[in-house]
Design a protein around this ligand. Structure first.
Ligand code: ASP
Length: 356
C-alpha cells in the first residue's frame, strides 16, 4: 500500500464499531456540527504540528501515527460516552499519548541542550475556569496527572521544577529516572540540533533568537479538548518542549491562555507550535476571546488567530478547538499537524497532512 493510499484510509468514519474507508476526502481541519437534541459530546486531539510531509513519512510510520491517534481519541471518547467528564476524557487521551514514544510528551520527549528532558503540561476546565500546570519537570512519569493534581489538590495554578516534583511525590504520583523518557530518535534529533547551533556560533548568527521553524529544532506536543454530556469543556496539553532548549526554557504548553484554555462561555483550546510565539500572542485565550466577544464561530476565530495573526508574525503551529455545541475545528499553518477528532455522531476523523 502506498503512502498516499494509507493516508486516504487515515480519513475515516467510525460508526457502530466499524472502521470504514471514506471515499471522498474530508477536510480534517474543518468544523463538524453536532445534531440538535441532547447535549452533544465531542473530543479532538493533536500530536504536534510542523514540517510533516508525505515525502518524509514512511508508510509504516504513518500507520503507527494513525493507530496511536485513533487509540487516544477512542480512549477519551469512551469516557464521554459513558457520561464521564470532559476533564477525565482529555486526561485519558493525553495519558496514552504520553506513554507513546512517537509523540514529544512523556516517553519520547525531546532532549534539552544538556541531554536530559524537562516536561511541561497543563489542564483547564471551562465550568469553573480552574486550571493547573507543571513546568520543567524531570522525574514525573505523567506530567498531565501532575497538572491536574495542581489544579485539584494545591492552592496554586502552576508549579515548576523541583518544587513540582516534591508536590507530585507528596500526592503519590509515579516518579521515574529522567532517562525513562529517552528514545534513540530524539537523541539523534538533539545531535542535529547541536550541530546547527555550532554552525550558528561559527557564522555569528544570533543563537538566542532562532527565527522561524528550523526542522533541526524538532518540536511536537500532545493535547486534547472535549465537551461532555453536562456541557462542560476541558483542555489539556503536555510536551517535552523544543529540542536543545536551554536555561530552563518553558514553552507555551503549561501557560494558561497560551497553550491551553477552556471557558464554558466560549470554547476549549490546546495548542502546538513554536511556543515563544504562542506565549506572546496568547493564542489559546485569544481564540476563545474572539468567540466570546466578537461572536465568531470557533472555525472563524481559529483561522483568524492561526492564519491572520500568528503566521504574519512568524509563528508556526496550530490549535484544536471544541465548543459546547460539539463543533470541532483544527486549524494549523504548518505543512502538517497530527490530529484526530470524534463528534457526537461518532464520526472519527484523522488527519496528518495539510491537504487532508
Ligand atoms: N509548543 C511547544 C513548545 O514550544 C512545542 C510544540 O508544540 O511543538 O514547547
Amino acid at each position: 500500500m502506498t503512502s498516499r493510499n494509507i493516508s486516504r484510509t487515515a480519513t475515516m468514519i467510525l460508526a457502530a464499531g466499524l472502521l470504514t474507508a471514506c471515499g471522498a476526502e474530508q477536510d480534517a481541519s474543518s468544523v463538524t456540527s453536532a445534531p440538535a437534541g441532547e447535549q452533544p459530546i465531542a473530543i479532538a486531539i493533536h500530536g504536534g504540528a510542523g514540517t510533516i510531509t508525505r515525502e518524509n513519512m514512511s508508510p509504516e510510520r504513518e500507520a503507527a501515527f494513525t493507530a496511536a491517534l485513533t487509540a487516544a481519541t477512542q480512549a477519551g471518547y469512551r469516557v464521554l460516552e459513558a457520561g464521564g467528564s470532559a476533564l477525565d476524557a482529555i486526561e485519558a487521551a493525553i495519558l496514552l499519548m504520553e506513554e507513546e514514544p512517537l509523540f514529544n510528551a512523556g516517553v519520547g520527549s525531546v532532549y534539552t541542550y544538556e541531554g536530559g528532558h524537562e516536561l511541561d503540561a497543563s489542564v483547564m476546565i471551562g465550568n469553573t475556569m480552574d486550571a493547573g500546570a507543571v513546568a520543567g519537570v524531570r522525574t514525573i512519569r505523567n506530567p498531565i496527572l501532575a497538572a491536574r493534581a495542581v489544579m485539584e489538590q494545591s492552592r496554586h495554578v502552576m508549579l515548576s521544577g523541583a518544587g513540582a516534583e516534591d508536590f507530585s511525590v507528596t500526592i503519590g504520583l509515579e516518579q521515574v529516572e529522567n532517562s525513562f523518557f529517552n528514545t534513540e530518535q530524539r537523541y539523534q534529533q538533539l545531535q542535529r540540533a547541536l550541530e546547527r547551533l555550532r554552525e550558528q556560533q561559527n557564522t555569528g548568527d544570533q543563537i538566542a533568537k532562532v527565527e522561524g521553524w528550523d526542522p533541526a529544532f524538532n518540536m511536537g506536543t500532545v493535547g486534547a479538548v472535549a465537551v461532555d454530556r453536562h456541557g462542560n469543556l476541558a483542555a489539556g496539553t503536555s510536551t517535552g518542549g523544543m529540542t536543545a532548549k536551554q536555561w530552563g526554557r518553558i514553552g507555551d504548553a503549561p501557560i494558561i491562555g497560551a497553550g491551553t484554555w477552556a471557558d464554558n462561555e466560549s470554547c476549549a483550546v490546546s495548542a502546538t507550535g513554536h511556543g515563544e510565539y504562542f506565549i506572546r500572542y496568547h493564542v489559546a485565550a485569544d481564540v476563545c476571546s474572539r468567540v466570546k466577544y466578537q461572536g465568531l464561530s470557533i472555525e472563524e476565530a481559529g483561522r483568524a488567530v492561526i492564519h491572520d495573526v500568528l503566521l504574519p508574525a512568524g509563528g508556526t503551529g496550530g490549535v484544536i478547538i471544541v465548543d459546547r455545541a460539539g463543533n470541532i475545528s483544527m486549524p494549523f499553518n504548518t505543512e502538517g499537524m497530527y490530529r484526530a477528532s470524534k463528534n457526537n455522531s461518532g464520526e472519527l476523523v484523522i488527519g496528518i497532512y495539510r491537504e487532508e
